[in-house]
Design a protein around this ligand. Sequence first.
Ligand code: BT5
Length: 262
Amino acid sequence: MTTDALCALTFEPLPALAGWYGAHVETIGSTNREMGTLFAERGAALDQHWLTAGEQTEGRGRRDRKWSSPPGNLYASMCLDVSGMRTEALGILPLATGLAIHKALETLLPYSKSIALKWPNDVLIDGAKCCGILLERHVIKDATAAIIIGIGLNVKSHPDDTPYPATHLDAGGPKIALNTAFAALSSAMAETLSGIDRPDFAAMIRDAWRARAKGVGDAITVNLANGQLRGIFHDLDAGGRLVLRLDDNTTRTISAGDIFFA
Ligand code: BT5
């Protein structure tokens, strides 16, 4: 997408979601990257705006990993103006996003499917990853700050060369239309974020997230940027960080990593 086309992009009000806006493009490099560029142009006016794409040619995961993004799945990024937001609310946003996706999937999938959250940012169906979340913080000249929340939701297909098992929403069940998936997702995000100014927002999100998490109390391996740890997934701390109990009964609090279940 050219810079001119991006800058000319028009967002329309989302049906049935007052105060929220959306725009769709067929092909894009990365919805997260382009929303970051647009935020630098439009600033706080981009608050509560979603950009969706039919496919991404340069979809990204965390730590510059690739996100497989063929047509048929959902690629969506929203901009949230976080200027002046309390640190606790900011820190819990990745878990709030996972929780909202979990709620959306409950409305989309048959009861027979088990939906769970995997720390820090994955959503699993029957133990396999169907969704990834990428949050990126941007600050512009006048100190306006935004978080771009990117969501990749496998609807029609999933890659089969991933280190962790992957799946998609339609697997072995009825087909789900992309606009139905986006309507469920955007409405669950709006509902979850509506409590963001409450003093107990972070605690509420953490408790609700933990109740839907896979592996609390179980043996796990955590891959860190500079090594690996094994232990028991003891808990989440107040900020949503993982508390790992090691063999010598001490605990380590981890803010970023990839976990694998034994
Ligand atoms: C994530 O990273 O899971 C975050 C993915 C966020 C993607 C969205 S799409 C909209 C927005 N625009 C972007 O450019 N990105 C966001 P991470 O935890 O680092 O997981 C990445 C790893 O998951 C890869 O290294 C693969 O092993 C695996 N993977 C790649 N594509 C996948 C897919 N479609 N489904 C399941 N696993 C995948």
